[in-house]
Design a protein around this ligand. Sequence first.
Ligand code: ADP
Ligand code: MG
Length: 258
Amino acid sequence: MIKEMSKEDYIKGKKVKVQVKDLTKCYGDLLVLDDINFEIHEGEFLCIVGPTGCGKTTFLNTLSKFIPATKGDILVDGIQADPEKQNIAFVFQEPSAIPWLSVEDNIRFGLNIKKLPKEEIHKRVESMLTLVGLQNYRNRFPKELSTSMEQRVVIARNFAINPDLLLMDEPYGQLDIKLRYYLEDELLRLWKELNSTVLFVTHNIEEAVYLGERVLVLSNKPAKIKDEVIIDLPRPRKFDDPEFVKIKDYITDSIRWW
Ligand SMILES: Nc1ncnc2c1ncn2[C@@H]1O[C@H](COP(=O)(O)OP(=O)(O)O)[C@@H](O)[C@H]1O
Ligand SMILES: [Mg+2]
């Protein structure tokens, strides 16, 4: 473990938002998640890295209750996670804008479901369109957009509902590097402005060190938490900063030697 900052200093004054306790998931005889325990703090940007196939998507699906856990508890604000009661938003690896709705209506979608007052919906839609720079595309449909623009629509739709927890499953895995950098910076801006709690999963170590305040490293299947690294680097972070490279190499090595 790299000791950039002690865990005690890191969690000082932070409120626990999500508690994952003894989370275990099997598909039949196949053990995929093996007794995972950790906490996410309010307003935290937490990254989880692990090799392809180790169980990252399974993990997010259990967290969001898309699939049932075999064992364990997930508490949000101290009560059992429940998508009916809490706002848990999910950005998938494949862009998933609703094809028959315009950009604007995609962003409005979750707000309508929540039956917010009309003026509030209008305000949030306009603000999200501005934040992700899609004002001029408000009436377009997903099929008329590039992959990266569609992913921004999905991200705007998810941030618009002011989620208690935003889960992101390798959302930029499909994009070329320039677009990825651009969208990562946009994501950091949204996270700061909206004070959201984000759990971002990726197999890309550089991306995790660039984005996260803390990185959990998963082992190969069955996934366990192998390490936890607090990234105490100023922002904007630089990929060639020796401290950045040191942390990235440390995590890369810890994955390489399993
Ligand atoms: N619905 C399922 N039924 C059976 N096995 C599954 C199912 N979903 C995923 N798996 C298996 O669980 C393991 C972890 O998959 P996944 O969570 O998609 O990993 P990752 O997202 O880290 O690439 C893989 O071995 C995969 O084949
Ligand atoms: Mg996956």
